[in-house]
Design a protein. Structure first.
Ligand SMILES: NC(=O)c1ccc[n+]([C@@H]2O[C@H](COP(=O)([O-])OP(=O)(O)OC[C@H]3O[C@@H](n4cnc5c(N)ncnc54)[C@H](O)[C@@H]3O)[C@@H](O)[C@H]2O)c1
Length: 327
């Protein structure tokens, strides 16, 4: 069976989804909706799909099997709830919503409609991440004792859509947007949940009212300490995770690869042939629809990332360590 897909939001991430669909015979892109007509029509022209300015009109007319929601974060809840009620399975971009309360509203709507929900936590599908997860699970490097995750990139550049820098629309700054990936990566790689958070954030960006950097001290449900350092200020770009074991280390560098140390120096791990991560993500969603099962990055799972992010902002405000309810 082939599934018809409609895309809501023709922004930066839209082409990753559309390019992945082009590689898959089981999916056909039907239409795109965006309130920015120029952007929507450009994507519609490039991919030969219909354009709508109103996503509700698109869903009513096109009746897609799957809706991809790639909108500013403050619109995720309202759009997901509406599309679920129309009977669409959902691929909702990360972060799932602005709050745990909004996540629960989405989860209730999805359950009531009997549709599947996947959140676009793409970390689960990058080949080097999958290799690292298998290596960790093998136990070959011994006991995991600490994790260090660092991300630097200039967050306030003028090409960044303005909504990303408005707390009310984005839910936060670099931590909400890219910290969501770090928190997800730590939880998913270690098959655990983060249960304690101490955070200190900085607000030195030249635009907007969101944090531009911060340092998080986290503890996983298996008692592993993890440190996340993020900076959106001018600096040297970096996106790297190190996992420290009692018999070795793993170094994971986004879009570059994986290194492992068993004897005091790092050696690169040969990359595996792999499909586009966005194809793997769709395959996971299709598996969940066909087998009536949860995808790897389910709504319940993605809610746990939002619970940690809420604790991050709470900890920064209060100055205290915060516990995260693990469900
Ligand atoms: N998985 C990843 O690695 C990854 C990477 C980038 C972005 N994202 C996520 O994808 C989502 C979108 O991010 P982006 O970078 O594409 O943002 P963007 O600002 O480039 O795109 C959002 C689009 O939504 C449109 N829009 C706004 N309100 C609308 C409405 N009511 N109806 C229809 N269209 C509307 C905007 O005009 C814009 O074109 C966010 O949740 C973001 O965090 C995920």
């Amino acid at each position: 069976m082939s599934y018809r897909v409609a895309l809501i939001g023709a922004g930066i991430i839209s082409r990753n989804h559309l390019n992945a669909m082009r590689q898959m015979s089981e999916l056909s892109a039907a239409a795109v909706a965006d309130i920015d007509e120029e952007r929507g029509r450009t994507v519609s022209g490039e991919y030969g799909i219909a354009y709508y300015s109103d996503y509700k009109e698109m869903i009513r007319i096109e009746k897609p099997d799957i809706a991809i929601i790639a909108l500013p974060h403050f619109l995720h809840e309202e759009c997901a709830v509406w599309c679920a009620a129309q009977g669409c399975h959902l691929l909702l971009e990360k972060p799932m919503a602005l709050s745990v309360k909004q996540c629960d509203t989405i989860l209730d709507a999805v359950k009531a409609a009997g549709v599947k929900l996947m959140i676009g936590h793409t970390q689960h599908y990058w080949p080097a991440n999958l290799q690292a997860k298998a290596l960790i699970a093998s136990g070959e490097l011994g006991k995991l004792v600490a994790i260090q995750d660092t991300r630097h990139l200039y967050y306030f550049h003028h090409d960044r859509p303005a909504w990303f820098l408005e707390k009310a629309k984005a839910g936060g700054g670099i931590l909400m947007n890219l910290g969501a990936h770090s928190i997800d990566k730590i939880q998913w790689l270690t098959d655990s949940r983060i249960r304690k958070v101490k955070a200190l954030l900085s607000y030195e960006g030249e635009r907007g009212d969101v944090e531009g950097g911060g340092c998080l001290f986290l503890e996983t449900s298996s008692g592993i300490p993890a440190v996340v350092v993020q900076s959106g200020y001018a600096g040297v770009p970096k996106d790297e995770t190190e996992l420290i074991f009692d018999h070795g280390m793993i170094r994971l560098v986004s879009a570059k690869g994986l290194w492992v140390s068993r004897n005091g120096r790092y050696e690169e791990v040969k990359p595996q042939d792999s499909l586009d991560p966005f194809v793997l993500q769709f395959e996971d969603l299709l598996r969940s629809i066909r087998q009536d099962a949860e995808p790897d990055s389910s709504g319940e799972y993605a809610r746990s990332v939002i619970a940690v992010l809420e604790a991050v902002y709470r900890s920064d405000e209060t100055g205290d360590e915060q516990s995260v309810d693990i469900i």
